[in-house]
Design a protein around this ligand. Sequence first.
Ligand code: AHR
Length: 328
Amino acid sequence: MKKLIGLAAAGAMLVALAGCASEGGGAAAESGPKPLDELVVGFAQVGAESGWRTANTKDIQAAFEEAGIELKFSDAQQKQENQIKAIRSYIQQQVDVIAFSPVVETGWDAVLNEAKAAGIPVVLTDRAVDSKDESLYVSFLGSDFVKEGEKAGQWVLDEYADATEPVEIIQLEGTTGAAPAIDRAEGFAEVISENPNLEVVASQTGDFTRAGGKQVTEALLKSNPGVDLIYAHNDDMGLGAIEAIEAAGLKPGEDIKIVTVDAVKDGMQALADGKINFIVECSPLLGKQLIEIIKQINDGETPQKRIITEETTFTQEQAIEALPDRQY
Ligand code: AHR
């Protein structure tokens, strides 16, 4: 009987170890940690669509440089098929870890299963994937986008607390299908639903770009001349909206209020100048935390499954104070 219990326990341990290996870090656990200068990491970036993204790329590249870890970097130009190609090439090159920020939420299971079968741990940075199988990635490091949308909604709710007439809102959405576009819309809608006077009269994607924000605002101002507020899912689209509002002979921040997400330098400057009214911060500085996760994987440790970035919000006064020290 004792022998049987012993065998069962040994079997359970093997199953548990196999589970750990399939969640990533298996190779490291078997052969011991590699020296950092022998590690190779493949990073598949979304693109260069915004000031936020540029800051994120720079921060990641600087963190790898400082840690002495080799980084293979690719820019998918906001196309999922390019990211999938990049990930497949990292699998072929047998890198030690793959990290990526998924351009959209769905459609990753096949390529992530290929990485898993090759024993290469995957770390998600910035954006999530929508998959039932959480074993396809080791850790997800990034913001709580729903909370960001809620914070934007809360400012609008407070600003129009005494409104007795309908408040017309235009929403500039991020890339269709991307986690921050879905979640920021959800959080915002949930909070503003507390006041029936707050109404999103139009909502369209500007693809997280300044040009997209400008173009969509130009068109939507024509069909919604009574608009009171624009909620843009990022600073860049808000900055594009400012251009469109000024071109229409109106004053951004006064005739039409603007709320955005990110808090990159250009956005903060517009907030300080009174052209944007409120910004919810989304930090692009993920490089150092990503390196920590990679080191844990290399040491055979299990990183935290979800790491949420710490973030704040900015009013005009706070932007004026923060601007001189803003890194990005
Ligand atoms: O995923 C983060 C978002 O992507 C940022 O808010 C936006 O600026 C970027 O393009």
